[in-house]
Design a binder for this molecule. Structure first.
Ligand SMILES: O=C(O)c1ccc(O)c(O)c1
Ligand SMILES: [Mg+2]
Length: 628
């Protein structure tokens, strides 16, 4: 499968863009005219630079306001086209994208436009060049690919074809099945982009908010299935106008782009029979049965304090590693692994980030197949030397450089706890009824959010929920969840836009993104709260005003509100059911725990986040609080 990306999608100058594009594994690049115009090298040198990076120019674009012009503008557009043809030949590309005319001077009329394209096709043919016509969603007369196709059909010239851009088609909700009857040789290239659903002017939406297929809300897969059904087997080319991407890391955005195309191709291959598109084979997305473990890296001297804390949460020491300073604390199906090794990745992680939950283990259907898929999608593998008798757990780097391990029940990995660990008899802790990890909360910079969303959803059988804004006294935190239908995988991701929010401070204090909190599940929050209180656990104090409001909002029985208040339990309710949340204060580095009970409820208590954040801040900086 040939992949390409438009230079306009990335930040930096042309040279650094090409480097990032080549490194991410693309085959081609769309040269956006402005990127060339502001660059100081000649067209010939730019062409050479592209080829030196092992890339091909998939097209040159855009050529604007061409078709349907009255004289003398008409002659001028042809002169302009000839100049661009010269440039394309020097650069070494045969395809130019002509987007539909937006000029008030344009006359309209399918036959007039077709006649112009036929003449342009003639001129292009003399130089062995090709012209592709794209309907901009806001084109003056042509703003629908079906009309652009009619122009191309009537132009009836071998050197004139159609360019389909998923954004323009999907933004106008045009039936994608209209693509299925277009002859594949008349589709010169496919441009792909997704976008979040925002109700706004089409041009503004397109120029500022596009994102990678799978990162937004448009049915790009349905579009691509229709394209594949024509027999199309050419480039899939990303054209992503996005303010954030323009300011981001060209390398990271390129990697995301390549991943999005491979994932899209993979989905098409699995849903559309007999396609010609040469999509690479990879194992299917993996089902996640649960979170096998969370591993903390801690300094030996701090470990006793941490262990005392998790004991108050009802965890008992369950196993000790046969050769390493690694212990496992357990409660229900929850395993917290405490790593105090003074070498290896855990230790380097400690040295950089301090005490942190630096690794997670996912229990999947087939761990090694999941790892293969992750690598096929461009993830960075993680491995460190294993000692004799140890099992090598497949892993990749995740958020903030942390580790995502894959485990399964059916291979040798299923016996890892027995093979590598000795059981420990620890009767000192009383279970608090915590049964499993409800969700893992990762905090990151806002501009990393789409990266990890795509990482998880392309690898695992999971979907994303809509973006939610969380109000922190010092700014906005954008939150989005990746979860599966069974609820056995729930990862909440908080993207901090500024460093003054609690999430922003976590990133600053721990020198990077990572897991900021873990939520454990209980079937009886009040019983759990009693056990915790008896064991000396101190919950995060919530403002009494919260409970007054809660009672009024939901019409709660005052006795019930009193019980919530007595235990600092937060409450939420939706059409499906009720939700209860209890928090620990933060400890070293800003990490904290949450305990939740779900009674049919499927959300995450977004309405309560502001109260939790305020309470945590008060805990961190009591005197400082009124300024927030
Ligand atoms: O926003 C634009 O003008 C523009 C230009 C060229 C394209 O291919 C496109 O999709 C949009
Ligand atoms: Mg386009």
């Amino acid at each position: 499968m040939k992949t390409s990306i438009a230079t306009v999608s990335l930040s930096g100058d042309l040279r650094s863009k090409l480097e990032a594009i080549a490194k991410a594994g693309f085959d081609g690049v769309e040269i956006f005219e402005n990127d060339f115009l502001v660059f100081d090298e000649s067209p010939r040198q730019v062409g050479q630079m592209v080829r030196d990076h092992g890339l091909e120019i998939s097209l040159f674009q855009p050529f604007r306001d061409f078709e349907g012009m009255p004289e003398p503008l008409r002659s001028r557009t042809f002169d302009r086209a000839e100049r661009k043809f010269d440039l394309m030949q020097e650069m070494g590309t045969d395809l130019v994208l002509v987007c539909s005319n937006v000029s008030p001077a344009a006359l309209g009329g399918l036959d007039r436009a077709a006649a112009d394209f036929r003449e342009l096709g003639e001129r292009a043919a003399r130089r062995d060049l090709r012209v592709g016509y794209e309907a901009l969603a806001w084109g003056r007369h042509i703003n629908d690919h079906r009309d652009a196709w009619e122009v191309v059909r009537r132009a009836d010239h071998a050197n004139v074809g159609l360019i389909l851009d998923s954004f323009h088609t999907l933004a106008r909700k045009i039936d994608v099945n209209s693509i299925r009857s277009i002859p594949k040789e008349k589709i010169f290239i496919i441009q792909l982009a997704d976008a979040p659903l925002i109700d706004m002017d089409l041009l503004y939406w397109s120029r500022h908010f596009r994102n990678m297929p799978g990162e937004g809300d448009l049915p790009v897969l349905e579009f691509m299935r229709a394209v594949a059904a024509t027999g199309y087997d050419g480039y899939l080319s990303l054209e992503i106008f996005n303010d954030q991407f323009r300011g981001g890391s060209a390398t990271a955005i390129s990697v995301d782009g390549q991943r999005s195309l491979l994932y899209l191709g993979d989905q098409v291959r699995r849903t559309e029979p007999d396609i010609a598109l040469p999509v690479p084979e990879m194992p299917p997305r993996s089902g996640v049965e649960g979170i096998a473990f969370i591993e903390f890296t801690i300094d030996e001297s701090e470990a006793p304090q941490f262990e005392a804390l998790i004991r108050t949460l009802g965890f008992r020491r369950a196993a000790r590693h046969k050769t390493k300073s690694v212990t496992v604390f357990q409660q229900g199906d929850i395993r917290l692994v405490i790593n105090t090794e003074s070498r290896g990745f855990a230790n380097s992680s400690y040295l950089v980030h301090g005490t942190s939950a630096y690794a997670m283990g996912l229990l999947v259907d087939d761990a090694r197949a999941t790892h293969r898929r992750a690598l096929a999608l461009g993830a960075e593998t993680f491995a460190q030397p294993v000692d004799e008798g140890e099992i090598e757990m497949p892993a990749v780097h995740g958020v903030g450089g942390g580790i995502v391990y894959f485990l399964d029940r059916h291979s040798d990995l299923g016996s890892i706890w027995d093979v590598e660990f000795d059981p420990v008899d620890d009767l000192s802790a009383t279970s608090a009824g915590l049964s499993s990890i409800d969700h893992i909360a990762q905090t990151m910079h806002y501009d990393e959010l789409l990266t990890w969303l795509l990482f998880y959803t392309s690898l695992l059988e999971a979907h994303k929920t809509p973006l939610v804004d969380i109000i922190d006294p010092s700014g906005i935190v954008r939150s989005q969840v990746v979860e599966n239908a069974a609820g056995s995988l729930r990862i909440t991701m908080n993207g901090a836009e500024n460093r003054n929010t609690l999430a922003g401070r976590f990133i600053a204090d721990t020198f990077g993104s990572g897991i900021q909190h873990l939520a454990f599940k209980t079937d009886d929050i009040f019983r759990t709260a009693d056990v915790l209180a008896a064991g000396g656990f101190v919950s995060l104090a919530i403002s009494p005003n919260y409970y007054d409001d809660l009672e009024a909002r939901f019409g709660l029985d005052p006795h019930f509100t009193e019980r919530l208040k007595a235990h600092n339990i937060l409450y939420d309710k939706d059409e499906r059911g009720e939700y209860f949340q209890l928090y620990s204060p933060t400890f070293s580095g800003g990490f904290f725990f949450e305990i939740v009970e779900r009674r049919g409820y499927r959300g995450y208590g977004a309405a309560n986040a502001i109260f939790r954040i305020a309470a945590l801040r008060k805990f961190l900086e009591p005197a400082d609080m009124p300024r927030a």
